[in-house]
Ligand binder design. Sequence first.
Ligand code: PMM
Length: 266
Amino acid sequence: MGIVNVTPDSFSDGGRWDTTEAAVAHGRLLREQGADVLDIGGESTRPGATRPLVAEELDRVVPVIRELAADGAVVSVDTMRHEVAAAAVAAGARIVNDVSGGLADPAVLDVVADTGATYVAMHWRAHADRMRDFTDYGPDGVVATVRRELEARLEAIAAAGVLLDRVVLDPGLGFAKQPAHNWELLASLDVLQGLGRPVLVGASRKSFLGTLLADDDGPRPVDGREHAHAALVALLASRGVDYLRVHDVRATRDALAVVAAMEESR
Ligand code: PMM
């Protein structure tokens, strides 16, 4: 899944594709490089970000989705809002990627149920301006707690009338998570896979990679994290992760080719 953030303020690529033309061109490039899905987002969820107006979010994503879907791309919309999800599906999106798993706006689940879209439900606890206050995972720890909270989302999603065979789960790396939480979730991905749904992971360029690679100058900047991410991609692919949400499609494809060559040669 290649990322197209049509935002002025996303942490790694904010402002780079914030016109329709630039975003469409970037989506086409990611497809040429081998992305199976293009994920179009109009709201930055970086820690501390403030939310755009609904109208702003619609203006950012809908024209981009319409053009890329017309090309024949499988398009996903990264949104927490039912108005945006509905307009995106009407414009040709087939996947609704909701970083709140239906918690921010439960009416997203009605749109998904009504349209038959695929639904990505990410583990989430609070909007970006407050999520740093929600990183306590108690005595059970992050892995068991995220599993339990995602299981509760699955129940709510099913209760809204969404077929569970259309649902993909995501541990939500960096969302109300400290770096160590992200690593624990990655190391125990099988616990989430045990919920019986495909799993999507979004680690690309995230700050826990910057923390891992920190030196005397501080965390490694966003554009120096791609090699560590490619290594992680290979590990996750060999553990059967189903979707990878990434900025660098080419590097990801290369890492997947290495894993495939190893597996085919066994
Ligand atoms: N991360 C971001 C945005 N959307 N969606 C899913 N499903 N999973 C993620 O981990 C995720 C997401 C934030 O990263 P970005 O600003 O680079 O898009």
